[in-house]
Write a protein that binds this ligand. Structure first.
Ligand code: ADP
Length: 348
């Protein structure tokens, strides 16, 4: 499997779960634990007869609960069997039961010191749980768990259709991208024409008042003050690393709360903390901006400190902006959307 330099604690991958080289895979079993169709059948086929023999000794499993066995011929060491609810109309406690499946499975994985765990989308097959909602439950429970625990969790999606995140979210984001693409491309042309027409030193005057955020104010102030290199250097603001640590303090968060919520690896965080001039990647800055729930202006400020800006000519930036403007700071939902639009993910 593709290994990133800094792994993310929650990843959505497209794979056959029986192929996952992790400490534990989770099985969407039924209450008998004696094997069935779908992912259950695939896991039993790949694990071999030993798995069924061990399952027979367990005496079944209640809906919403989980049991653990060995992995036998699977690359995974353990199989955690959990029984998802059969979806009726959503008014029969299905959500609470599905949440419980993820929580119980994660608790068992933790008890067995698993560092890597892969989940299928429980209940989203023959049990009929709407896939977008099933994915949302998975992301919510797993992300809560990861705030308090060190583990890498994969949500393994088998079929292409399951990638469809909520239709509503999709069309809202798609619309937002369309609108902003058009605006930006029009503005960009106009802007170029104006830039060519104007003398070079009037960046503030050319902007609408509402567009001037703290970043642009600094830019203008620096330009007005002096021309020498020393002057320019003395105008240097706090660095990205300094701003990050300041914001963490202002928010009353611990470092760990911040990097976990950002889906950022601890090792990367300590590099940033110990190097005042650390140059992060753009997704890393944005991951922290989301974790700290920065406003759009603050986000732009933080990006600027790392040498980046938000642009309306790429989808990645527009999607981030969409979430920030809507006050949705759930990084896993944002990554779900980025993923759906084929963009690189935050916190990578
Ligand atoms: P349930 O009875 O809980 O609905 P299913 O096995 O019918 O369980 O389906 C659960 C999910 O697992 C579905 O989204 C299905 O597409 C997916 N799935 C089926 N086979 C595999 C596999 N080999 N690896 C990962 N996911 C799978």
């Amino acid at each position: 499997m593709h290994r990133k330099e800094y792994f993310m604690p929650l990843e959505i991958v497209r794979n056959d779960i029986t192929k996952m080289k992790v400490d534990a895979i989770v099985n969407a079993a039924d209450e008998s634990l004696l094997g069935g169709g779908g992912v259950d059948g695939a896991i039993h086929r790949a694990a071999g007869a030993g798995l069924l023999a061990e399952c027979r000794t367990l005496g079944g499993c209640k809906t919403g609960m989980a049991q653990i066995t060995g992995g036998y011929n699977l690359p995974a060491k353990y199989v955690i069997h959990t029984v998802g609810p059969i979806y009726n109309d959503g008014k029969h406690g299905e959500k609470a039961l599905l949440e419980s499946c993820y929580r119980e499975s994660l608790a068992l994985a933790k008890e067995h010191n698993c560092e890597t765990v892969a989940f299928p989308l429980i209940s989203s097959g023959v049990y009929g749980y709407p896939k977008d909602q099933a994915l949302k439950v998975a992301i919510d429970v797993i992300s809560d768990f990861l705030l308090e625990n060190e583990m890498t969790v994969y949500i393994v999606i088998f079929d292409k259709d399951t990638y469809q995140i909520s239709e509503k979210l999709f069309s809202d984001i798609a619309e937002y991208i369309d609108d902003n693409y058009v605006d930006e491309h029009t503005d960009y042309r106009r802007e170029r024409i104006r830039m060519n027409a104007l003398p070079s030193m009037a960046p503030c005057a050319r902007r609408k008042k509402s567009d001037i955020d703290s970043f642009e104010m600094c830019e203008c102030k620096a330009m007005a003050v002096g021309s020498g290199l020393d002057d320019a250097l003395s105008q240097m603001d706090e660095s990205f690393s300094e701003m990050l640590l300041r914001k963490i303090d202002e928010r009353g968060m611990t470092d760990a709360q911040c990097y976990k919520k950002a889906n950022i690896d601890r090792k990367l965080f300590s590099k940033i903390r110990s190097d005042v001039n650390y140059k992060p990647s753009k997704p890393t800055v944005l991951a922290f901006a989301i974790s700290l729930e920065l406003t759009l202006a603050e986000t732009k400020d933080m990006l600027m400190k790392a040498g980046f800006a938000l642009s309306h000519s790429n989808k990645f930036d527009i999607i981030i902006e969409y979430f920030i403007k809507n006050g949705n700071y759930n990084i896993f939902e944002i990554n779900e959307a980025l993923f759906a639009f084929d963009q690189s993910l935050l916190g990578a």
